[in-house]
Design a protein around this ligand. Structure first.
Ligand code: HSE
Length: 443
């Protein structure tokens, strides 16, 4: 690749000497973004056909040591120096959270600036309004880094796959929980033990609630579903259940039956107008395309009516991967600026669809219970399941100690509502000691 300065490509409408970028936030993602812009500047400028320049970076503390070499003269603690500078063309919002990020993004758009962000919470909670604002103003609003870190998933769904009717999006979209479940699986360890170790090593946050509670994945599946189904999905539309109740015995019992347990984000079209959008632990067959996605890796499986199954796999977080997604968006925006073609946001084609209540969602289920090892106990439980119209696919009983046994059932497809009602009845049966767990099984 030649190191010669980029020459503007012919045919565009861009008249300034370069595209100026303002970055809000220089944490992990901001540093990864700046590093990549520095490392590959010549290649990036040739790909765009225009020079680009990081003009200003707003941070909370200009004296804080940074993971990237940065000219101190670029740093400011005043975001207005970016938002009010008419010479800045693209604002990269890499602060995260809602406040002040959303206000800054709105100000940037009202000042006519293109916006690139990696902020999943802002997208999931405020994306609809922000996209409308961008669309009405003819601005780009890009957010590849908000889901799946470095995995290209937002752009492929907006572009390459957009001719398909998407049937389903199924993803492992949280690296922390995937790391914890993988460790629990490989080391036969308890959740608390693995979480503590992950926190010591810096893989899990000191407050892990957003990850282990499923909320991070909730934001991400809301964003993916909105694009996949051209429908505004609010986070309250997404059923969420985390991984804190998964025991090492569940992982072992699932393994004995040929399954792994993963935290999945699922979004499916049911009939013409209904969607189900959910995050929860699920059993996946060892042969499932997502089953071997281990450690901090993320993967998303998209099913389209024409393309069939497409899978995206890679690092779901971190400076380099997320920086890669942000820089890809910056490049796309620069190309649009050069051609005068900004404003390609998906909001124009949004259709509201109803969300299927979680109790009505049909899946197979794994049920694990402890019982007294006496005559008729298994038969009485099977009777209750039958009474609730739940058909059994398989059942395994194991002696645990002296007079008790563990029974693991896999049901055929049935609604969650039937399982809740049946388990309430099973709990009061003679000989049932405890219902240990109930987990959905994903196809
Ligand atoms: N906390 C997220 C995860 C990374 O564990 O996947 C950022 O989205």
């Amino acid at each position: 690749m030649s190191e010669a300065p980029a020459q503007p490509l012919s045919g565009g409408v861009w008249r300034k000497p370069c595209v100026n970028i303002g970055i809000l936030g220089l944490g992990v993602v901001g540093s990864g973004t700046l590093q990549l812009l520095q490392n590959n500047q010549a290649e990036i400028e040739h790909r765009i056909g225009l020079p680009i320049r990081v003009k200003r970076i707003a941070v909370r503390d200009v004296n804080k040591p940074r993971a990237v070499d940065v000219d101190r003269a670029l740093l400011t603690t005043d975001a207005s120096e970016i938002l009010d500078d008419p010479d800045i063309d693209i604002v990269c919002e890499l602060i995260g959270g809602i406040d002040p990020a959303k206000g800054f993004v709105m100000r940037a758009m009202r000042a006519g600036k293109q916006v690139v962000t990696a902020n999943k919470e802002m997208l999931a909670k405020e994306g609809e309004g922000l996209m409308r604002e961008a669309s009405e103003r003819g601005l780009d609003f890009q957010f590849e880094g908000s889901v799946g870190g470095g995995i290209p998933i937002v752009q492929p769904m907006k572009n390459a796959l957009s001719g398909n009717q998407i049937r389903e999006v199924l993803g492992i979209i949280n690296g922390t929980t995937n790391y914890i479940l993988t460790k629990m699986t490989h080391e036969h360890a308890d959740f608390d033990e693995v979480l503590r170790e992950a926190q010591e090593k810096g893989y899990a946050e000191q407050d892990p609630t957003s990850d282990v509670g499923g909320f991070d994945a909730q934001y991400k599946i809301a964003i993916l579903s909105s694009i996949a189904f051209s429908s505004p999905i609010r986070i309250n539309d997404v059923y969420v259940e985390g991984i804190t109740r998964i025991q090492k015995r569940d992982i072992a019992a699932a393994g004995e039956l040929g399954y792994v347990i993963k935290l999945v984000g699922v979004s499916k079209r049911i009939g013409a107008d209904q969607l189900q959008v959910r995050v929860h632990p699920a059993l996946l067959k060892h042969s499932h395309p997502l089953a071997s996605t281990n450690g901090v890796y993320n993967a998303v499986l998209v099913k389209g009516d024409s393309v069939g199954d497409v899978m995206f796999y890679g690092r779901g977080a971190g400076a380099g991967p997320t920086g890669s997604a942000v820089v890809g968006d910056i490049i796309d925006t620069c190309r649009n600026l050069r051609l005068g073609a900004t404003g390609r946001v998906p909001s124009a084609s949004m259709v509201k669809r109803t969300i299927q209540p979680i109790e009505e969602v049909l899946t197979r289920h794994y049920l694990r219970m402890h019982v007294l090892d006496r005559p008729r106990v298994l038969a009485s439980i099977a009777g209750v399941l039958g009474d609730h119209n739940i058909s059994i696919e398989s059942v395994v009983q194991k002696e645990t100690h002296s007079d008790q046994a563990e029974i693991v059932w896999i049901t055929h497809n049935c609604p969650g509502r039937s399982i809740s009602a049946a388990l309430a009845a099973v709990r009061s049966l003679q000989g049932v000691v405890s219902i240990e767990n109930w987990i959905r099984v994903e196809e």
